[in-house]
Design a protein around this ligand. Structure first.
Ligand SMILES: NC(=O)c1ccc[n+]([C@@H]2O[C@H](COP(=O)([O-])OP(=O)(O)OC[C@H]3O[C@@H](n4cnc5c(N)ncnc54)[C@H](O)[C@@H]3O)[C@@H](O)[C@H]2O)c1
Length: 385
């Protein structure tokens, strides 16, 4: 008998090559005035703006140059309110999508981001449903198009989430064609973020039978497709599989939680100029290695070790694979995809205590399958340097 669980997602998901054509007609049914959030290269979104305008929608453009900050969102909310936007359409990587989500929430809820941010803010619940929000990812990736959080960076060097069921988009449009031009380094780092978001929910304390299905399918797909998408960005089958895996990761993480890799991604991404996907990629093999080691020492009979063994089987395609084989497979993939170590972003051995202190309090750490000691957490960062 399946154990009880809850599962929530975007109200509607449209997936497939060419799906982006759905955006303008869907937006036209939701309002007449949209804040259109784009990423660091707004030029890529120009055809979208034209499509929205042709559908009779007045567009207020809002470009997000990097990962969104509290100040950026506070300014954007003022602008969107002043322009009387009725909805938000975001097209871009996780940065544009998270910004769009936060702005859609602040269109209908009073105040500023810090009123609602967890960990570093006042953590008040959002009282009103967000304005209608359409999410169109161009990386594969974060899965943010189906998650109920938006990550914002603070000036104090911490990243924290706005989190509410109201943040789930009204419509998620996942069109793999939009990822065809991702350069290899971004394909690698965002793809390893997607893989992390499939492995961590699978071994999470909050895993459920529905997220397990998504994780098993997603891990298998990403294992085959990521090297192929990295080698040849125009490989449509590989891009489709990665977009699918990324979507599955979002569905899984928002319902089953994450773990140590994302526990580190928040402080390291806040303290150093290191992109989210790059931090996840650098930390992933080492976090799994230490988790497996800790589980063998303290919970060898528990279910988590078996889950890591299943991950290894899914990654390698070998029915006899051990958890350690899975660690080796991921470490080898990171080498093949030329993932830079953390020191490439300025992280040094002297930073380890500060990083560990912050990671231990990150919300993602709560899902980790075993409580890690400060020494074990430090060892993960030391190996990732
Ligand atoms: N809300 C969530 O559930 C969730 C989950 C994971 C990560 N995140 C957040 O998402 C952000 C990272 O998102 P990301 O990894 O997608 O990166 P990103 O959105 O920061 O984009 C990285 C770079 O890729 C470029 N880019 C995007 N699409 C492209 C394309 N198709 N072709 C060429 N270049 C393209 C962007 O312009 C940018 O320069 C972080 O802020 C992270 O904290 C959120």
């Amino acid at each position: 008998m399946a154990p009880p669980f809850e599962f929530a997602t975007a109200r509607r998901i449209v997936f497939g090559e060419g799906a982006a054509r759905e955006v303008a007609p869907a937006a036209a049914a939701l309002g007449r005035r949209a804040l259109v959030v784009t990423g660091a290269s707004p030029g890529r979104a120009r055809p979208f703006l034209a499509g929205l305008q042709a559908a009779g929608i007045a567009c207020v453009p809002f470009a997000v140059a990097g990962e969104p900050t509290i100040a950026l969102i506070a300014g954007g909310a003022e602008r969107a309110r002043g322009e009387r936007c009725e909805m938000v359409v975001a097209i871009g990587g996780g940065s544009a999508l998270d910004a769009g989500k936060a702005l859609a929430a602040l269109l209908t809820n009073p105040g500023e981001p810090l009123d609602y941010l967890e960990v570093i803010g006042r953590g008040q619940p959002l009282e009103h449903p967000s304005a209608p929000f359409i999410a169109v990812p161009t990386t594969a990736g974060t899965g943010s198009e189906v998650t109920r959080n938006a990550v914002l960076a603070s000036p104090a060097g911490v990243k924290a989430s706005l989190r509410s069921p109201f943040l789930l988009p009204r419509l998620a449009v996942v069109d793999p064609e939009l990822t065809l031009d991702l350069p290899p380094a971004l394909t690698a780092s965002t793809g390893l973020d997607a893989l992390t978001q499939l492995i961590e929910p699978y071994v999470s304390k909050r895993a459920n039978p529905m997220t397990d299905l998504f994780c098993e399918e997603g891990i298998r797909r990403a294992a085959g497709a990521l090297p192929r998408a990295w080698e040849n960005g125009q490989n449509r089958t590989a891009r489709c599989d990665m977009a699918w895996a990324s979507l599955l990761g979002g569905l899984a993480l928002t319902n089953a939680g994450l773990g140590a890799v994302h526990g580190f991604a928040a402080p390291i991404g806040g303290m150093f100029p290191a992109p989210h996907g790059a931090v996840c990629a650098a930390v992933l093999p080492h976090a799994i290695a230490i988790n497996v080691q800790a589980l063998r020492a303290r919970d060898a009979a528990g279910p988590a070790l078996g889950r890591y063994e299943e991950v290894a089987r899914l990654l390698t395609g070998q029915p006899q694979a051990t958890a350690e084989d899975g660690v080796q497979w991921i470490a080898q993939l990171c080498r093949r995809l030329e993932i830079p170590p953390l020191r490439a972003y300025g992280v040094a051995a002297a930073d380890i205590p500060r990083v560990v202190e912050k990671a231990a309090h990150a919300s993602s750490m709560k899902g980790n399958p075993v409580a890690l000691t400060p020494e074990e957490l430090g060892e993960i960062v030391a190996r990732a340097l």
